[in-house]
Design a protein around this ligand. Sequence first.
Ligand SMILES: Cc1cc2nc3c(=O)[nH]c(=O)nc-3n(C[C@H](O)[C@H](O)[C@H](O)COP(=O)(O)OP(=O)(O)OC[C@H]3O[C@@H](n4cnc5c(N)ncnc54)[C@H](O)[C@@H]3O)c2cc1C
Length: 439
Amino acid sequence: MGVSTKNWAGNQRCVPTAVHQPTSTDGVSAVVRTAAAAGERVKVIGGGHSFTDVAMTDGHLLSLDGMNKLLAVGGADGCDVTVQAGIRLFELNEQLAQRGLAMPNLGDIDRQSIAGAVSTATHGTGAGLGNIATRIVGLELVTGDGSIRRADETTDPDLLRVARVGLGALGILTEVTLRCVPAFNLHAVETIEPLADVLADFESVMRSTDHVEFYWFPGGRRVQLKRNTRTDAPAAPQSRAAYIRDKWIGENLAFGTVCRIGRRFPAAAPKIAKLITSSASERDLVDRSDKIFCSPRKVRFLEMEYGIPLESVPEAIGRINSLVGSLPFPPMFPVEVRVSQADDIPLSTAHGRASGWIAVHQYIGAPYEAYFQAVEQIMNDYDGRPHWGKMHFQSADTLASRYAEWDVFQAARTELDPKGTFANAYTDRVLGSAVVGAR
Ligand SMILES: Cc1cc2nc3c(=O)[nH]c(=O)nc-3n(C[C@H](O)[C@H](O)[C@H](O)COP(=O)(O)OP(=O)(O)OC[C@H]3O[C@@H](n4cnc5c(N)ncnc54)[C@H](O)[C@@H]3O)c2cc1C
């Protein structure tokens, strides 16, 4: 009997037949070789922060937590950093900072492994920036028969292009080389603005500085707008007491308490939402980039996020606003809206289009299905692409036409994993069967 594994939100569980903790690429290769020869399946779990069952398996589960070293710094500008693929983002950020380097953009948290983050196209916000996977300029991959392949811009650009966002279905990433940037500080300005003003001028607002995002409670008229701008100014972070007040007490402890009340007394939830919006603080500070990008998240929730064409976001937000009154249970978390640049990675959710991201959340244990399904219907009208690591109800049949290079990905999958060693229930659903002719 194996050991039960669950994800961060606790909504996905699995019981693998065996758990392995390799410490080298050869160790990974040996596990895959043996499992493949026995016709068994293999999956890596990173930080377990996906909301979907993308990292779950009833076969062999690998944790690369022991493969978390920074291996080399090089490249023409000294900004290309090679790391083992199990490194967590908070470890990576610290290692980079010690060398005067940083990632140009990050998401909300830093608990993911680098391989897990890129495999689902994890992104932050920034109209002029791509997702984290776009920073990969080299990689090492263990394929379905245990072979070790290396790719960079000169040796195997086709493999590099496709394997940056692989949903764990093309192989096991054991090393990645990331094109980083010199370390920088961000000036963070958080203000409360009327929703109508932000939507009226949506693209200019979202392009108004390096990183812009906003939070909005469906049904509400105001948003919390966050603008982060690169600066040469020295760090002037909040005091420890103010940080604890805003991030730990405000965003986690107090927020968690009101969510629990709202879950118990749903009729009070809209009033609670208003209270949270009106108590959202305005902040103005300068700090190291990763400390501004990433925050602690202790209140558990479920999330669905869709990428749609940038210009469609205001209309889509208006439609979400119209549906909330008809939901059987009110949303208790704000909607988060972000943007990013188009890229050329076949299964990146931003493939070929500048994207606006609309993320809906629900407090853990509160009903979410009707809300998420209704929002998904809206997103379908914009050819929406669901975040690979967040909840959605799509399948390969509904997704294939939303990706111009779907067939390129499938051809790579057939070549790299012809027996479906890296398949699981999630990839069977969203990519179809790995084995040609089995669909
Ligand atoms: C609180 C919270 C905040 C979040 N914030 C953001 C955000 O701001 N932006 C955003 O875009 N997403 C966000 N996410 C989603 C999260 O970034 C993704 O789900 C990400 O994939 C999680 O990384 P992980 O290391 O936990 O990977 P896991 O969830 O463990 O795995 C994800 C996938 O990667 C595969 N994988 C892991 N390691 C390897 C490897 N070595 N080789 C090949 N495949 C591998 C797994 O098999 C699986 O298919 C958030 C999630 C949570 C819970």
